[in-house]
Ligand binder design. Structure first.
Ligand SMILES: NC(=O)c1ccc[n+]([C@@H]2O[C@H](COP(=O)([O-])OP(=O)(O)OC[C@H]3O[C@@H](n4cnc5c(N)ncnc54)[C@H](OP(=O)(O)O)[C@@H]3O)[C@@H](O)[C@H]2O)c1
Length: 299
């Protein structure tokens, strides 16, 4: 459908004036997140008309704000926060998806986790709904993001030289969020076949100890990884001031994610993009160059 125009002059700059590049409208729910802002960059750098939503305009905890997603955008990238694996996420995600599709969107892309029951439920509900609407759909089902190490919850610990995490010896196929953003952008623009789940992993399985060693080497400083028990991890979160319900939910999530069910590679990046995914060594080299792990000295 012809898009309603929502200008983002600040982001699109002079390219916005080109009538050849403003035919489509794209909407990103979670446009400031790790994947969302990269997809936003990719779309705006191509001169496309894109709108990004997050709080306070759109708040997953406030249904009264959900109408802001009813823009009738040609394509929508839907990322749920804080965690699609948290109990109850599926119902909320599918309600927003319904509003998006009812407003006339023809292509819906969902960011999902890998194998958690609630994430799977959300995928199934969204795919059924999109199909019933006759809309195109795509699912980016992602492994653990590499960028959790420098843009997410672990950045501070790694910068302090001490990383304690309840992963024991489990191996994870960490995926680079830039690969995820490439796939999502391709799906939003119809450049990658829709109607599929793309399971996105990096090229190798690594333990958290191995990942920490790679990061330490790139950062050129010692960083110690200590496997800890789940209750001790939750206790540390509480001590750090994380609200109890969120700390416990994170504990449950990591218990689920790190139970070994993700210890296998998938070929989603190659299927979608025709190239291999980036590995953790390349990610760590580029991230270290920004100084993200250089700041704090461990006590
Ligand atoms: N991290 C991973 O390793 C990983 C792996 C697979 C799947 N995922 C999935 O990715 C999704 C996002 O995770 P992430 O790690 O990428 O998070 P993130 O980088 O912290 O991004 C979260 C995004 O959601 C927005 N947000 C936060 N709370 C919100 C709320 N109450 N209402 C509306 N928007 C809100 C944030 O914007 P504002 O704060 O500006 O509102 C931001 O744009 C989750 O569903 C998760 O299951 C994550």
């Amino acid at each position: 459908m012809k898009a309603r125009l929502i200008a983002m002059d600040r982001l699109t700059g002079s390219q916005f004036a080109d009538p050849m590049t403003t035919d489509n409208q794209h909407l990103i729910i979670g446009g400031t997140g790790k994947t969302g802002r990269r997809v936003l960059d990719r779309l705006t750098s191509r001169g496309l008309d894109v709108r990004a939503l997050s709080r306070p305009e759109f708040d997953w905890e406030d249904p009264q704000t959900w109408s802001s997603a009813e823009t009738g955008a040609d394509s929508v990238y839907l990322t749920y926060a804080p965690e699609i694996a948290f109990p109850g996420a599926a119902e909320v995600v599918v309600e927003v998806a319904r509003r998006v599709l009812d407003s006339g969107t023809g292509r819906l892309i969902l960011l999902s986790g890998r194998g958690e029951p609630e994430a799977q439920r959300a995928e199934d509900l969204v795919v059924d709904l999109a199909t019933a609407h006759g809309a195109e759909w795509g699912v980016a089902r992602c492994a653990f993001f590499m960028q959790n190490f420098n843009e997410g919850v672990f950045a501070e610990s790694l910068a302090a030289g001490e990383f304690a995490f309840p992963a024991d010896g489990v191996r994870e196929p960490f995926v680079d969020v830039d690969d995820v953003a490439d796939v999502v952008t391709g799906l939003m623009l119809g450049e990658i076949p829709s109607g599929r789940v793309y399971e996105l992993t990096g090229p190798g399985l690594l333990t958290f100890a191995e990942a920490t060693a790679i990061i330490a080497k790139a950062a050129e400083r010692p960083i110690r990884y200590t496997p800890i028990a789940l209750p001790a991890f939750v206790a540390e979160l509480l001590e750090a001031g994380v609200p109890p319900s969120y700390a416990e939910a994170l504990g449950e999530l990591f218990g689920l994610v790190l139970d070994g069910h993700n210890e296998h590679l998938a070929d989603g990046v190659r299927r979608a993009l025709g190239r291999e995914p980036r590995d953790l060594v390349a990610f760590a080299r580029d991230a270290a160059a920004t100084g993200c792990w250089a700041g704090v000295t461990a006590a």
